[in-house]
Design a protein around this ligand. Structure first.
Ligand SMILES: [Zn+2]
Length: 247
């Protein structure tokens, strides 16, 4: 599936791929990325920037919802090659630097490989650089001061659980929920608002508490880390995801 770009507002553009999504937020002075795909998504990320008339030098910052390889893959290259600033929640910085790794291991995933959807997905993500171990040493905490000066003035909403320092962002009235609330995934049979399968979540109880946090927001559009854009009150999406995660 070629990336599908949706203009959500004048500023916010959602890029959906089969494996993972990212978001572009623009203003007159440049653009930010919220999440950055797998390492092997570089061409797709650059194409999405070019589509809005931007080059690499126009990327003022990359904001991470969390430091899993499918969300920060090309940020490794942006930071190393172009010095692009990379920010995330303060509690996720050490993870982004790879002081530790909070990610389902190949062994965890191999336990599911008897299922054709998991096997197919595993092959796809390995082809996109899923086994890359590099971190981003320059990752810094996103402060209110820094965020206020970026396109769309993104607000970080702490939503730990999927990882210890996961956060979502509200930007230009839109919720970018990362992996705290998704609407589909290649290994998930269910469609619609949901949590990721528990093998991917660092703390499942915290994931559910974070759904409550998201449900209290007053937004009508959700741009998830995986799955299609979702329109409607976020409290409805959070309630559906909570319901779907009861085991
Ligand atoms: Zn993740």
């Amino acid at each position: 599936m070629a990336p599908v770009v949706t203009a959500v507002t004048d500023r916010v553009h959602f890029v959906r791929t089969e494996l993972v999504n990212w978001t572009l937020v623009r203003d007159d002075d440049g653009v930010i990325l919220i999440d950055a795909g797998f390492p092997g998504h570089r061409d797709e990320v650059l194409t999405s920037l070019h589509g809005l008339g931007f080059g690499v030098g126009d990327v003022r910052a990359i904001l991470l919802t969390h430091a899993h390889i499918d969300h920060f893959g090309t940020a490794i290259w942006f930071a190393a090659t172009h010095g692009t600033p990379v920010y995330c929640h303060a509690d996720e910085v050490a993870h982004s630097r790879r002081d530790h790794l909070e990610q389902a291991s190949p062994i965890d995933i191999a336990k599911h490989a008897w299922q054709p959807t998991w096997l197919k997905w595993s092959v796809s993500i390995i082809g996109k650089g899923a086994l890359t171990r590099a971190g981003i040493a320059s990752t810094a905490p996103l402060t209110d001061h820094i965020a206020a000066a970026l396109p769309g003035s993104p607000v970080c909403i702490p939503t730990p659980g999927h990882t210890g320092g996961h956060c979502s962002y509200v930007v230009d009235g839109v919720l970018v929920s990362g992996d705290a609330l998704i609407t589909g995934h290649p290994v998930a049979s269910r469609r619609g608002p949901q949590l990721l399968p528990s093998v991917f979540n660092h703390d499942e109880d915290a994931c559910r508490r974070s759904l409550t946090t998201l449900g209290a927001l007053d937004t009508e559009v959700i741009l998830p880390g995986h799955g299609p854009l979702w329109r409607g009150p976020v409290r409805d999406a959070a309630a559906q995801a909570a319901q779907a995660s009861v085991r």
